[in-house]
Design a protein around this ligand. Structure first.
Ligand code: S3P
Length: 174
């Protein structure tokens, strides 16, 4: 049985955090972010966790987080790190909403942000653009296949995105 959460998934930089904040503002739902939970759990930034312990340790922390959500969290909006969708129990955590954009659209979004350099710096898997593009190509069909709802965010305004999510999931968002 699925829980009554909304799980935002999608590639790094697509706007999961920004969209989550806009949904919260419009609907009043409570929200958490898996990267924030992990940073609190470890008292360390994601970048440092990758440097010190490596990616597989970070994936273990994501699994801990997924298990905690499965047991403890309901009626909540959950934004996730770009690789969180790989947790095997994700389908039980809530309604999975895939925020979809082209790779070029994501780069454009990051570049036009006032803190573009910081956005790139804090994401270890965006260090090498060629590898990042390959990862994007691998993940796109995977995101698509586990999604309950796909939202094409590239040519939509924030209001349109929020309204579409709200109308599609009235059982979670009043
Ligand atoms: C990752 C995405 C990051 C963060 C970590 C790994 C990934 O989150 O969880 O650097 O594997 O795609 P964002 O999607 O918020 O950048």
């Amino acid at each position: 049985m699925k829980k009554n959460n909304i799980i935002l998934i999608g590639f790094m930089g697509v706007g999961k955090g920004t969209i989550a904040r806009a949904v919260v503002k419009k609907s009043g739902i409570f929200a958490i972010d898996t990267d924030d939970l992990i940073e609190s759990m470890e008292n360390e930034k994601i970048k440092k966790i990758f440097e010190r312990e490596g990616e597989s340790y970070f994936r273990e922390l994501e699994q801990k987080c997924a298990n905690w959500i499965e047991t403890n969290v309901d009626n909540t909006l959950i934004s996730t790190g770009g690789g969180f969708f790989m947790r095997p129990n994700i389908k039980y955590l809530g309604h999975i909403v895939y925020l979809k954009s082209s790779f070029e659209g994501i780069l454009k979004r990051i570049k036009k942000s006032p803190n573009a350099a910081a956005k790139l710096k804090k994401r270890p898997l965006l260090k090498d653009m060629k590898k990042a593009k390959a990862l994007f190509e691998t993940r796109t069909p995977q995101y698509q296949s586990i999604a309950d709802l796909v939202v094409d965010v590239e040519d939509k305004s924030m209001d349109e995105i929020v309204q579409f999510i709200q109308e599609s999931l009235p059982q979670v968002l009043k």
